[in-house]
Unconditional design. Structure first.
Length: 493
């Protein structure tokens, strides 16, 4: 059951629209301050019965002051989003009192506590428990489920729509140090608003600092003899791992740009993708041109026993779920494989295979436990060379996928990537962003039935290969096939 102070905040949020209609900034400040005071009060350890009496009186007073609300949603529809995913914003506005979660607060990535099957059961339970027959009517499985915590969150965000939230004022900066060679990957550092890295087929990796102005390339990581295909930041941003067509995996110290270790591919093959194990950054998974994936211990430079498996084609994309228990891998022949990852040994067990489209390369996979505070389904965002961006639902603990919906983009040959927006949505709907071969960046609302495009950014002169938000979504970086990296600035509302 939700903590009583969360329910109090939810009541305040539901009435917040009635306060100072002409001053939305005041409403936002009010609800933030209420959240702060209620959290502080919750630590005092007052009698739960007394808190429930306060909740009842508070509800009655607000109803007398502003009148009854037209929609009464049940407090039983309590969102488990706080316990299931710890995004950057969750750490800023922590709604959790559960002492069992204290140990997880040092982790910077989201950790889902429940199984995927349990989350599906939770969806059905919330659906069945709603006390408002209007809200219950014709709600399809997996659609938005309004919750009290979500209402509080939307009030904090100032009640802006997705379209308003993802409106961009223009270009913040353009980096051209890799011009004439494709930049297949661009990524902001974890929990850092102004540290950005990008890799290039010219064989280098650039680390860029966006403040103080003007933005600048602070170091270039040199050592690969051929193009760099992928890279990943460690959890603490002190290490970058990179894969290259020169058949090596390299570990770099970001502080001085020195190569700490060079690890040859066990199959002496071109390395095409890599990802850190989210709960153990000593382990990195790589995919190569000989159809194999390998789990590598970067501290020893050796592959893990039992941590290898073969796919049907060259391995182009990798992604873990948030707890690091399931790994998905996509290959050039259109297949997505799921693997169960043994946290103790690093061993991989092949679980499921999905053929998206025979012969159409899977160029990117992104996993997310929760798309927004309302859209609870664990999801996989997939780029494939079928001129569509695909969104799948993860339906069980073995990584089985079920197509939820698709979005039309241009992608027939380039290794285009996409992302979930890093912050849980405060609004109705949830947003994903993708590159496209028509030289545009697209924003899609995954819950909008028609006209799903929220925004479209134009400015590149070649196919947009990758996109990356910083941790607070104030900046978006995009890279293209001609080596241009554009940093876009979001409009301030």
């Amino acid at each position: 059951m939700a903590a009583v102070w969360q329910q109090v905040l939810a009541v305040d949020a539901r009435y917040n629209a009635y306060r100072t209609p002409g001053f939305p900034q005041f409403r936002t400040q009010y609800i933030r301050r209420r959240s702060q005071l209620l959290r502080e009060n919750a630590k005092a350890g007052y009698d739960p019965l007394l808190r429930k009496q306060y909740l009842k009186l508070r509800s009655q007073l607000l109803a007398q002051r502003y009148g009854p609300l037209s929609e009464q949603s049940s407090f039983r529809a309590y969102s488990n989003s706080v316990r299931s995913s710890r995004t950057t914003l969750d750490r800023m506005e922590d709604f959790e009192e559960d002492p069992r979660a204290q140990g997880a607060r040092g982790h910077r990535r989201s950790v889902s506590r429940g199984s995927y099957q349990l989350q599906a059961q939770m969806n059905r339970a919330v659906y069945e428990e709603s006390s408002d027959p209007v809200l219950c009517c014709c709600r399809p499985p997996g659609s938005l489920v309004p919750t009290s915590v979500a209402e509080a969150s939307r009030a904090m965000a100032g009640d802006t729509t997705l379209s308003e939230n993802y409106a961009f004022a223009g270009m913040y900066h353009i980096f051209d140090q890799h011009v004439d060679e494709a930049v297949p990957k661009v990524q902001f550092a974890n929990d850092d608003k102004h540290l950005l890295a990008c890799c290039s087929l010219d064989g280098t990796i650039s680390v860029c600092q966006l403040v103080p102005t003007p933005p600048a390339v602070v170091r270039v990581l040199r050592g690969h003899s051929r193009g760099v295909t992928d890279f990943a930041w460690s959890l603490s941003n002190d290490v970058i791992v990179s894969t290259s067509l020169d058949t090596t995996l390299r570990i770099w110290a970001t502080e001085d740009g020195k190569c700490i270790r060079e690890i040859p591919d066990p199959d002496t093959s071109e390395l095409l993708c890599c990802t850190f194990q989210p709960m153990n950054n000593n382990l990195t998974v790589v995919g190569n041109g000989k159809h194999n994936i390998h789990v590598v211990n970067i501290s020893t430079g050796k592959k893990v026993k039992g941590g290898s498996s073969k796919l049907t084609g060259r391995v182009l994309s990798l992604s873990f779920d948030s707890p690091g228990r399931i790994l998905w891998a996509g290959d050039e022949r259109g297949s997505i494989f799921s693997f169960l990852f043994d946290m103790a040994t690093g061993k991989l067990t092949k679980a499921k295979r999905l053929v998206v489209n025979e012969g159409s390369a899977i160029t990117n996979i992104s996993a997310r436990s929760w798309i927004s505070r309302e859209a609870r389904d664990p999801s996989l965002l997939v780029n494939a060379c079928v001129n569509k961006l695909l969104l799948y639902r993860v339906v069980d603990n073995e990584g089985t996928l079920q197509l939820k919906r698709s979005f039309q983009i241009q992608q027939s040959s380039h290794p285009v990537r996409s992302i979930f927006c890093p912050l849980m949505s405060f609004r109705q709907g949830a947003c994903v962003v993708t590159g496209s071969e028509d030289m545009c960046v697209y924003f899609f609302d995954v819950e909008r039935a028609t006209k799903a495009i929220v925004n479209k950014l134009q400015g590149h002169s070649a196919a947009v290969l990758d996109v990356s938000f910083n941790c607070d979504e104030s900046l978006l970086a995009s890279s293209d096939a001609k080596g241009m990296v554009i940093v876009w600035k979001r409009e301030q509302k």
